[in-house]
Design a protein around this ligand. Structure first.
Ligand code: UDP
Ligand code: MG
Length: 312
């Protein structure tokens, strides 16, 4: 790790989905930082099926900077797939995924590399402020992490995004994970290795819009939980036990009540409530089973995570 020179390469991985307006500025800010590192570098852009001019902008930029590589997806596969592709194709001794929208300050790369040279395998960027995010998103993400970390064996550190540095060893470990449904934050955390955290404040998106909102975020959260925890499946065992236990006492109560007071007709409301309640509980249980079975189904098909139309 010591004495890194020009022959040591670092790779930047930039997933891009409709980022035509921002890429120029992104390079303008990033290239000088990379040049000052005195290492060789490559920037792997993954064009995730953009519907705008992103690909042409990238191709144009590649004419000026030969360090640029472009993976062009055949359609939009999502950020997780784009990151996976980038990590697979990256040649560097250290790999840094970074968003194209400049929400991840490129200046941090200096510190990432410094910490890596000190012998750390993973350097995490922790957001201490999240400028430009709606309060609801912050609130929802906070609860997601609380929930997620209570339920799974792998703790995903809060406020850690995909912005980080990973050494070649870590990347090679990541590549051994064969799963199709890739919740990258979880996968990153799962592999372990010696890790340090550096803090930064997240900036506003320079132009364009976040593509993670509402429904997409909810699905992302479900993905995260079902990928790394089987607690939702196990809950039903205990739920069933508790309900069976309680119903035993209810049965006892009704028996004694009937013996003492004789048979009385009222009981309509409690019967209906019981049916509705148990019906609801069962449906939730089946729904959760379905969620996992769906994941097994998708995984069993062994489809590739992404399709590359062309590599430039
Ligand atoms: N992105 C992608 N594919 C998608 C959605 C997003 O490659 O389907 C990229 C996007 O271009 C950006 C990064 O992922 O570089 C983060 O996306 P965004 O800013 O929309 O998300 P947020 O910052 O709100 O998490
Ligand atoms: Mg963003």
């Amino acid at each position: 790790m010591k004495g890194k020179g020009k022959n040591v390469m670092i790779s930047l991985i930039v997933p891009c989905y409709n980022e035509e307006d921002i890429l120029g500025l992104f390079l303008k800010k990033t290239i000088p930082i990379l040049q000052n590192l005195n290492l060789s570098y490559e920037i792997v852009f993954v064009n995730d099926g953009s519907t705008d001019n992103t690909l042409n902008v990238l191709l144009k930029m590649k004419e000026t900077y030969k360090q640029i590589r472009i993976l062009n997806f055949s359609r939009n596969f999502g950020k997780e797939a784009a990151l996976t592709a980038g990590i697979e194709y990256a040649k560097g001794e250290a790999v840094i995924p970074i968003d194209a929208d400049l929400q991840h300050p490129p200046e941090l790369i200096n510190i990432f590399v410094e910490k890596w040279k000190e012998g750390n395998h993973v350097v995490l960027g922790k957001r201490i402020t999240r400028t430009g995010e709606r309060p609801f998103k912050k609130f929802a993400t906070h609860w997601f992490y609380l929930f997620q970390n209570k339920m799974s064996e792998i703790a995903i550190p809060e406020d850690i995004g995909d912005y980080r540095l990973m050494s070649r060893k870590v990347v090679d470990a990541l590549l051994q994970l064969p799963e199709n449904q890739r919740f990258m934050k979880g996968i990153f955390a799962w592999v372990g290795f010696k890790t340090v955290t550096v803090e930064y404040s997240q900036q506003k998106r320079v132009t364009g819009q976040s593509s993670f909102n509402g429904w997409k975020l909810w699905n992302f959260a479900l993905e995260g939980i079902t990928s790394f925890s089987t607690v939702p499946l196990r809950i039903w065992l205990y739920m069933g036990m508790i309900i069976a236990f309680l119903s035993f006492f209810l049965a006892l109560f009704i028996l004694i009540d009937t013996l003492v007071y004789g048979v009385v007709l009222p009981g309509y409301v409690s019967t209906i409530l019981m049916i509705l309640f148990l019906g609801g509980i069962q449906l939730i249980g089946i729904g959760i089973l379905g969620e996992y079975i769906g994941r097994i189904y998708k995984e069993a098909k062994r489809r590739p995570i992404y399709i590359i139309e062309n590599e430039y």
